[in-house]
Design a protein around this ligand. Sequence first.
Ligand code: 5AD
Length: 354
Amino acid sequence: MGENARELIQALAQGKRLSTAEYLHILNEANDQDRELARDLANRMRIAQYGDGIFIRGLVEFTNFCKNDCFYCGIRRSNQDAVRYRLTLSQIMECLEQGYAAGFRTLVLQGGEDVFFTDGKMCEIVTSIKLRHPDVAVTLSLGERSYGSYRRLREAGADRYLLRHETAAEWHYAKLHPPVQQLATRLECLRNLKALGYQVGCGMMVGSPYQTAECLAADLSFIQEFRPQMVGLGPFIPHHSTPFAKQPPGSVETTLLLLSLVRLTLPKVLLPATTALATLHPKGRLMGILAGANVIMPNLSPVSQRNHYSLYDNKANSGAEAAEGLAILSRELETIHCHIVIGRGDAPNPLISN
Ligand code: 5AD
């Protein structure tokens, strides 16, 4: 059986598509050696596609108000303990200037689903960024909005959109979200974003409550089918004032295996080594890169607000995780013979035109 997992990993590295059952077989049967093989092949695949370069994205967490009530998330509507904040346009522009000076050429605007930020307000923000620095790619991560809203934002100049699908199994989606939130809606948003010409990112947490290997196999199958340009994938980490406070965190090992399998499935994918991974392990970022990740998203939010964007406990936000810490990140990357790329960091063309 173990040998079979090895063969499936090798087949994936050679460009074969896998069935959900085959992904499941890898997840259930891969031994330590197989996992090491997956990381090694994925790391080689990263280097073959992107060389030694690691892309950086400046993350601006511009609002932690949220109308949703996801059971896992620290900024869910029902969390009365959360200290809520919104950045003003001029605060966002300050983040942009600082980031630009530091070398960031992608700004990721991430927030809860905050009704304050209407299409008009969001378009003003996107337009202002593009006017000031036309060479900066704008990534939005604002959750579910209508087709018309996504269209207006795209027309205002937004380039990319991150919207994790969270889990591809409907029953599992219902364990993580209240009934008003539906997987079908999420998937429709993802399809709309693609149709509008955004570079799109989906993704999931690893080790979220009730998740089974079957869920992760379905996630991998979905990713293979949907062919997103980006995949956001990190371990679940409990937050003390959510219904999942007492749940154990996801495993670093399994997260690395998933990163590898995603890189092997979509060779050109833009794949961040996430903050959640860096939070669970001091070497998480580097381990992520050595398992196939090629993007890091340091935090550009104002230091005074940073602690309030608390999706999970002990979220890393200083040192190499922070935009001020690019020098630290740079030195960390040198230890694995990688370097930061200054530039928009788009995926190579065949994938973008998907
Ligand atoms: N642990 C890990 N990741 C989380 N996210 C939200 N809450 C948590 C948590 N407790 C992730 C979700 C969301 C992204 C912005 O952060 O997957 O899509």
